[in-house]
Design a protein around this ligand. Structure first.
Ligand SMILES: CC(C)(COP(=O)(O)OP(=O)(O)OC[C@H]1O[C@@H](n2cnc3c(N)ncnc32)[C@H](O)[C@@H]1OP(=O)(O)O)[C@@H](O)C(=O)NCCC(=O)NCCS
Length: 177
């Protein structure tokens, strides 16, 4: 079993999940406002299952890091890498499409934390894991998230559509891409 690494950035620690993160994880993933651009809040049982999956991760994807502030171990959000199927407007042919996801508790929005966390995880994914590229799907009206992606070096790639409506696919390419 390969333990996920822990990363430090200027203000954050990105670490593997702990059992004590459960209540905060579930509160965030069942929150209407936090999940408004993420296909809505998760049902409680789904949020709980997802937490267990991250807590008991063995190897490979999904990988998910708890976002905490330096000096405070409290779970305030997460940044994740997961494999998703290529198809529709999606364009990473012949490769397990690795997608980025992130989410923060509302009181921590607007402080640059998402950008700081995503930049560090991109460095890990593209350099240490040598993934050729990472994609991120984002709602057309989700300006804050689109801005995070742009600040981290993602560029618009294509437009997709699913049962929730249209979304944009952003992509970042690494040295191996
Ligand atoms: C999206 C989210 C992760 C952003 O986190 P954050 O830590 O506030 O993001 P950052 O502070 O790093 O950057 C946000 C950027 O968006 C900008 N922004 C915020 N609201 C905006 C708006 N309504 N219109 C345009 N830009 C906006 C900010 O000004 C900032 O850009 P700047 O640094 O150039 O000023 C956070 O709002 C969140 O967790 N939302 C709920 C979950 C979610 O939607 N996740 C993403 C799914 S794709």
């Amino acid at each position: 079993m390969t333990r996920q690494p822990t990363f430090e950035t200027e203000r954050l620690v990105l670490r593997p999940y702990r059992d004590g993160d459960r209540a905060s994880f579930i509160a965030l993933h069942t929150d209407q406002v936090v999940r408004q651009y993420m296909k809505g809040p998760l049902p409680l049982d789904v949020a709980n299952e997802r937490f267990k999956q991250h807590l008991n991760r063995i190897d490979g994807f999904p990988m998910s890091w708890a976002i905490t502030r330096k000096g405070h171990d409290e779970f305030i959000g997460r940044v994740s890498l997961f494999e998703s199927a290529a198809g529709g407007g999606r364009d990473v042919a012949n490769y397990g499409r690795v997608e980025l996801g992130y989410l923060l508790a509302e009181q921590y929005w607007g402080l640059g934390f998402a950008t700081e966390a995503v930049k560090r995880i991109m460095e890990f994914a593209l350099s240490d894991l040598s993934l050729p590229c990472i994609v991120a799907d984002v709602d057309l009206n989700h300006h804050a998230s689109r801005r995070v992606l742009e600040k981290c070096g993602f560029t618009w790639r294509s437009r997709g559509i699913d049962e929730h409506g249209e979304y944009d696919v952003f992509r970042i390419q690494g040295p191996a891409g």
